[in-house]
Design a protein around this ligand. Structure first.
Ligand SMILES: [Zn+2]
Length: 301
């Protein structure tokens, strides 16, 4: 799932291609937007707010400025293509949800999780609830700390994933930040020895990765050594050799996966069933009665 750094980079790419240019035609393949027409509007800017993308369009005679709001959710992306090209096979035609055509560049939103159009003046309704944006110009450690500690008994990993606390963290940075801090993701936030230092660490992680495609938290660019915990269940911890584990964190139905090293990150892990696990994305061992829907990390015993 794209996290704040990916969304930040997407906004920058879209901004470079579209800002200052007139939309010549648009095609929003979204039920509620089927009749919307953005042609004739200039793109003012494209910015990210946490994991949200805001494409701001100038007003036209008698009509207010608009913001096209999109969210990548699990598998969305925006492609920037030369106007008139066919995407070079990088994307499926059936996945296209939005097309913004300018003279030079065309932006294509693919498998977007959210697409909506609002008056720019009403953007606050979309993103006003977000906590400080880790990659925004107004990142505020003190405000993020205040929001983090508002519920001292809440599990750290769950709080980090809550975009109302701080905006931009997904399961990757949650796992890596907890590893680097040496705390279990289930540690109550009120037990963190130095919450402000922890938040500065999270900020540094995203900031260091915002300009590169590979997400690296170890400083080692070699394949398989780029990060400590996320998606490494069943593999030896790069630091201590103990098997990295994964369990669900958060409340149903919004549980997410939390990867951690039980030795480097002592503390509670309440939903870990103790069974052998595999790295995320590994092929589950075939079992006659195994359910296809069963998560890979639980398929081995
Ligand atoms: Zn370890």
């Amino acid at each position: 799932m794209p996290e704040g750094d990916v969304v930040w980079r997407t906004a920058r790419r879209l901004h470079a291609a579209l800002a200052g240019r007139e939309v010549l035609s648009s095609d929003l393949r979204w039920p509620s937007l089927a009749t919307a027409d953005l042609s004739g509007r200039d793109v003012l800017e494209v910015v990210s707010a946490g994991k949200h993308l805001l494409t701001r369009l100038a007003g036209t005679a008698g009509e207010a400025p608009l913001t096209l709001h999109s969210h990548l959710r699990m598998e969305g992306s925006w492609y920037v293509e030369r106007t008139g090209s066919d995407g070079n096979g990088r994307r499926s035609a059936s996945g296209v949800r939005a097309v913004l055509v300018t003279a030079a560049w065309t932006a294509v939103g693919h498998r977007l999780g959210v697409l909506e159009l609002v008056p720019t003046a009403a953007e606050g309704d979309l993103v006003g609830h977000l906590g400080p944006d880790l990659l925004g110009p107004g990142w505020d450690t003190a405000e993020a700390r205040r929001r983090l500690l508002a519920a001292p008994g809440r599990a750290l990993g769950e709080a980090l994933l809550d975009q109302r606390v701080l905006a931009g963290v997904g399961t990757f940075y949650m796992a890596e930040a907890c590893f680097l801090a040496g705390v279990s993701p289930w540690t109550p936030v009120g037990d963190l020895p130095d919450p402000a230092a922890f938040l500065r660490l999270v900020h540094r992680l995203l900031d260091a990765n915002k300009d590169r495609v590979q997400q690296v938290t170890t400083g080692d660019l070699r394949r398989g050594r780029q990060n400590y915990a996320h998606a490494r269940s069943g593999l030896p911890c790069l630091r201590c050799g103990t098997t990295v584990r994964v369990a669900l964190i958060g409340r149903a139905p919004q549980e997410r996966t939390a990867f951690y090293c039980p030795r480097c990150q002592p503390g509670p892990a309440p939903t870990d069933d103790g069974r052998a696990q595999q790295p995320l994305g590994a092929q589950p061992r075939r079992r006659a009665h195994a359910s296809a829907a069963r998560p890979a990390y639980r398929a081995r015993r």
